[in-house]
Design a protein around this ligand. Sequence first.
Ligand code: NAP
Length: 294
Amino acid sequence: MYDLIIIGMGISGITASIYAKRAGMKVLLLEGSAPGGTINKISTIENYPGYASIAGPDFAYNLFEEVNKLQIEYKLEKVTDVILEETTKLVKTTSNVYEAKYLLIASGRHPKMLGLKNEEKFLGRGISTCALCDGALYKNSDVAVIGGGSSALSEALYLANIVNKVYLIHRREEFRGEDTLIKEVKETKNIELILNNEVTELKIEDDTLKGIVLKDGKEINVKGIFIYVGFLPNTAFLERTDLKMEDGYIVVDKYHETNIKGVYASGDVTKKEIYQIVNAASEGAEAVVYMTNK
Ligand code: NAP
C-alpha cells in the first residue's frame, strides 16, 4: 500500500514526487512511455527559470536524474485502468496492480492530428509530430509545419536551421502563439507563411508522400509534414471512472483535487487556462502540499 501513486513522469508528476518524497510519503511513479513526457519532444525551452535555453531531452534527463538521486520508486508500466474508492485507489498497469491512499493523475497530453485520409499510415513515413526527433531526416529538403500556436512557431524555427525551406501553414490570419516567436518566425528568411489556408489532402505517389494540397487547390511539394495543431489529454485509462471532465480534460478545484476525494490531477491533463511547463511543475507541487495538509 502506497501513500501516493502518481500517474505520469512528466514535469508535473516528477515535481509532485519530489515533494511527496521530501514529505516522507511512500510514493510510486508510473510511466507508460519515456520519463520526461512531452518535454522530450520540445527542441528548445527558453522560458523556464534557471535555464536561459535548454534542449527538451536534456531537461527531461535532469528530471529523471533527480528521481534516481532521491531514490523515488518508479515503474515504466502503462496504466490501463483505475478503480477509485473512498479509502483506496487501485491502479492497474499492463503487468501489475497497485494500491494507494491518494492518487495524482499527471498523465499529460498527446498531439492532435488533422484527420486527413492516410495521415496515420504516413506517420513516421513523412508525417511527424516531433521536429526534434525527425527534423534531421529532412536536411536540405522542403517541409511544411501546420498550426498557429507556440508549438508550430517554435518548431518551425527549429526546422528552419536544418531544412532548406519551411512552409508554415495556418488556418487564420493571426497566430495565437507567443509574440517573441511570431517576430522571430517573420524574420526568418527560409520560413514562408501560408495564412488563411488549410491542408485538405496528402499528395501520395507510388506509396510515397510527395506533398500537400491546400483548401484553395494549391499544391505544395514537401518531403515532410510536421503537425502542431494542439493536443488531446491522456485519459483513456479513466473511462470507467466518474471523474468530472470538461472537453476531455480533468476538472480540479483550487487544491488540484478532483470530484473524487483523494484523487488529484495536475499539469496538461487538467482543464485550465495556461499550459506551460512552469505551471505544470507548480501544480504538481501544490497538489502534494494540499493533500498532506488536509
Ligand atoms: P495551441 O496553442 O492549442 O495551438 C494549436 C494551433 O493549431 C492553433 O493555431 C489552431 O488554430 C491550430 N489548429 C487546431 N486544429 C486545427 C486543424 N484541424 N487544422 C488546422 N489548424 C488547427 O497548441 P500548441 O501550439 O501546441 O500549444 C499548446 C500549449 O502549450 C499552449 O498553451 C501554448 O501556450 C503552450 N506552449 C508554450 C510554448 C512556449 O511558451 N514557448 C511553446 C509551445 C507550447 P486556431 O488558432 O485557428 O484555433
